[in-house]
Design a binder for this molecule. Structure first.
Ligand SMILES: [Zn+2]
Length: 307
């Protein structure tokens, strides 16, 4: 059995994961912010709680994996600066080995962990891409069955390809990044700019992703058009991924997975029309995430397979 730890801004989650990727037990504790010692203690407490609930000891655990919303130093097992949590440098491997014994500990960023989790729960086609549409666009690229990390470990920043030259300013310093248009935040920003088009929107309604999808489903023509334009923004980036990597499978995750075919069918349609030589070579299988929020725990638990 393995332990996967998924660190988020609100909570730290830990799960005991079996060899075949099933979560036996999982626990969550609130994430202490701006206090590295308290953060480490909370992470340990969460792991111990998960082990207690599964009624297993550390000798039954083969490795621990930790997914951090930050860059990491994989060789040393260090989590680097996570702005939203306020830690700068967490020596996760040293700390967990000191606290739990001499057990292998692996670290990676949370997007890579989620991609690995989705990959191990999918058909495990060797070339696989996971794209998550949330506040931004993240994900990971798996080539020949391994996470593609690039020369320096920083590869796979899918959201920062530019799909609209000169467009909205991105916090990476460029303009028109894919995530400024294709993420949920991008959708909300577009809908806010085009508020007047949604005739059934109340004057004081706060625009959320869910509200836009609800209005569209209820037949508001303005909302429908905003959603279909947004799906095209997503599809443009997806087709770029297909043209560069020609993966076997693409899985889309994030809050939007709940929308299912509403997003998936037009997305596949667009890819069939626009991916390079799609008529001759076809397009990859594209589907929605089926494991959602658990992908980060499962992927972290399986980091040993990628090391
Ligand atoms: Zn960017």
């Amino acid at each position: 059995m393995y332990i996967g730890v998924d660190i988020g801004g609100m909570s730290i989650k830990a799960g005991i994961v079996s060899e075949d990727g099933k979560i036996l037990t999982k626990c969550a504790v609130p994430t202490p912010c701006n206090d590295e010692d308290a953060f480490c203690r909370a992470m340990l407490e969460c792991i111990k709680k998960a082990m207690d609930e599964a009624n297993i000891g550390i000798d039954e655990i083969k490795s621990i994996g930790v997914g951090s919303p930050s860059a990491v130093e994989r060789e040393e097992g260090i989590l680097l600066e996570a702005e939203n949590i306020g830690y700068k440098r967490i020596y996760a491997r040293d700390f967990l080995q000191k606290s739990l014994g001499d057990i292998p500990v692996f670290v990676d960023n949370d997007a890579n962990c989620a991609a690995l989790g989705e990959y191990y729960k999918s058909k495990k086609s060797p070339h696989f891409i996971f794209i998550t549409l949330g506040t931004g666009i993240g994900g990971g690229v798996i080539l020949d069955g391994k996470l593609f990390l690039g020369s320096n470990g920083a590869a796979g920043e899918l959201g920062h390809i530019v799909t609209r030259a000169g467009g909205r300013e991105c916090n990476c310093g460029r303009r028109g990044c894919w995530e400024k248009y294709g993420s949920m935040t991008g959708l909300i920003e577009t809908a806010t700019e085009r508020r007047d088009e949604m005739k059934s929107l109340g004057k004081n309604d706060e625009i959320t992703g869910k509200l836009i999808f609800d209005l569209s489903e209820k037949g508001d023509d303005g909302a429908k058009k905003i959603v279909s334009d947004w799906i095209e923004e997503v599809a443009i980036g997806v087709v770029d991924m297909i043209n560069i990597f020609q993966p076997d499978e693409i899985v889309i995750g994030g809050a939007v997975s709940a929308q299912g075919d509403v997003i998936l069918l037009p997305l596949i349609d667009y890819a069939k029309k626009h991916a390079f030589c799609a008529d001759e070579i076809g397009i990859p299988e594209i589907s929605m995430s089926k494991i959602g929020g658990d992908a980060g725990i499962i992927g972290a638990a399986f980091l040993h397979k990628n090391n």
